[in-house]
Design a protein around this ligand. Structure first.
Ligand code: AP5
Length: 192
C-alpha cells in the first residue's frame, strides 16, 4: 500500500516546467516520473469511445473527471511500486477533491509538494514556442488560454491545503532550467 516510497507532487501552471524538472529529477534520484498529462494522452490515443472523450476534454483545456484520473494514477503507482525508490507525480492534484481523494485511496498525503511559480506571460511564450514544433495538439493559443483559466480557477484551494499541512515548497519557475533543477534537488535532498 505504498507506505514506504517517497511521493512528491510537482504542481504549477501549464508550461511552468513540471515535466521538464520531473524528468531530470527522476533520472538523478532513480525515481519514477508519472506525468498525469502523459498518462492521459496515452489513454486518449486509444481508439475507443472513452479514448475519444478524454481527447475531446484535453483539447478543450478542461479537466478529465477526477475519479478516472485518480484510478489511473493509483494503478500506475501500484504497478511500479517494486521498481521505484520513489515517485515524482506531475500535474496532480489539479483540484481540491483530487488532493483529498488521493489520501483516502493511498492512505497518506505526499511527502512534499513542489510548486513552480511562473508568470502567465512566460508560460504562454513557452507553450507557443513548443506549439511551433506541433508536438502537442493542445499547444495552440485558444487551448493554452483555456488551460491557464482552468489552472487559475482551481489551483488556489490545492495550494492552501498543502500550505496548511506544511508540505508546500515554492520555487520560482522563471529561471533557467539548471537553476530551477538545483533548487528542486535541495528540496529532495532535505527529505533524506
Ligand atoms: P499536462 O500534460 O500536465 O499539461 P499542462 O499542465 O498544461 O502542462 P505542460 O505539460 O504543458 O507543461 P509543464 O508545466 O509540464 O512544462 P514542460 O516541462 O512541459 O496536462 C494536459 C491535460 O491533461 C490537461 O489540460 C488536462 O486536460 C489533463 N489533465 C492532466 N492532469 C490532470 C488532472 N490531475 N486532472 C484532470 N485532468 C488532467 O515545459 C513546457 C515548455 O517550456 C517546454 O518546451 C520546455 O522545454 C520549456 N521549458 C521548461 N522549463 C523551462 C525553463 N526553465 N526555461 C525555458 N523554457 C523552459
Amino acid at each position: 500500500m505504498l507506505k514506504s516510497q517517497v511521493i512528491i507532487f510537482m504542481l504549477g501552471g501549464p508550461g511552468s516546467g513540471k515535466g521538464t524538472q520531473c524528468e531530470r529529477l527522476a533520472a538523478k534520484y532513480q525515481f519514477q516520473h508519472l506525468g498525469m498529462g502523459n498518462l492521459l494522452r496515452a489513454e486518449a490515443s486509444e481508439p475507443t469511445r472513452q479514448g475519444r472523450q478524454i481527447k475531446d476534454i484535453m483539447l478543450k483545456g478542461a479537466l478529465v473527471p477526477s475519479g478516472f484520473v485518480l484510478d489511473l494514477l493509483n494503478t500506475n503507482l501500484l504497478q511500479r511500486e517494486e521498481a521505484a525508490k520513489g515517485f515524482l507525480v506531475s500535474g496532480f492534484p489539479r483540484e481540491l477533491n483530487q488532493a483529498k481523494d488521493f489520501e483516502r485511496v493511498v492512505g497518506r498525503p505526499p511527502n512534499i509538494v513542489i510548486i513552480l511559480d511562473c508568470s502567465t506571460e512566460t508560460m504562454i511564450q513557452r507553450l507557443l514556442l513548443r506549439g511551433q514544433t506541433g508536438h502537442r495538439a493542445d499547444d495552440h493559443e485558444s487551448c493554452i488560454r483555456q488551460r491557464l483559466e482552468t489552472h487559475y480557477s482551481l489551483c488556489e484551494p490545492v495550494v492552501s491545503y498543502y500550505q496548511e499541512k506544511n508540505l508546500l515548497r515554492n520555487i520560482l519557475g522563471e529561471e533557467p532550467e539548471d537553476a530551477i533543477f538545483a533548487k528542486c534537488c535541495s528540496v529532495l535532498d532535505s527529505l533524506r
